[in-house]
Design a protein around this ligand. Structure first.
Ligand code: CUA
Length: 157
């Protein structure tokens, strides 16, 4: 079968690009641990404390610069509404919803998860810069959706 050299070049290029993108996905997953959010953390995420339930919000310090937050979302607020941690803090959030699907978008970071009723979401973020980070609901949840926000205050230690 005759394939025009020009067409052959495009076929080769297409396969090279496929291999390149495929290996980019494999490297980001295997070497850097980048995964689609929420897939392996839907129910009872690994290492979640038994107190991480929708019944009670809390914030606690695990050790120097390490925090855990049990965050409960409901129409149309987050509890706790304000979280204060020092700059450099590594914070693990356990996310719950008491009613509908809500969002958990941490402004200025790449943290963005759905908060699904009956499931516990888990996400960890290290706050390298001081300032205020809004927690924004980015899943439509009713008439008060656009007012639904919380905040993380990162202070200079
Ligand atoms: Cu909660 Cu939108």
């Amino acid at each position: 079968m005759h394939v025009h050299p020009y067409e052959r070049a495009w076929i080769v290029l297409a396969f090279v690009m496929l291999a390149l993108f495929g290996s980019a996905v494999a490297v980001s997953n295997l070497a850097f641990g980048i995964r689609l959010p929420g897939v392996e953390t839907l129910v009872a995420p690994v290492g979640a404390p038994s107190e991480a339930t929708a019944s009670q919000p809390w914030v606690r310090e695990l050790g120097p610069g390490r925090y855990e937050v049990n965050l409960v979302a409901q129409v149309w607020s987050y509890a706790p509404a304000e979280i204060r941690v020092p700059k450099g803090a590594q914070v693990t959030f356990y996310l719950h919803s008491r009613d509908l699907v809500h969002g958990f978008l941490l402004e200025g970071t790449n943290v963005n998860m759905m908060v699904v009723p009956g499931r516990t979401g888990k996400v960890t973020h290290t706050f390298q810069k001081a300032g205020e980070y809004k927690i924004i609901c980015n899943e439509y949840c009713g008439t008060g959706h656009h007012f639904m926000q919380g905040r993380v205050i990162v202070y200079e230690p």
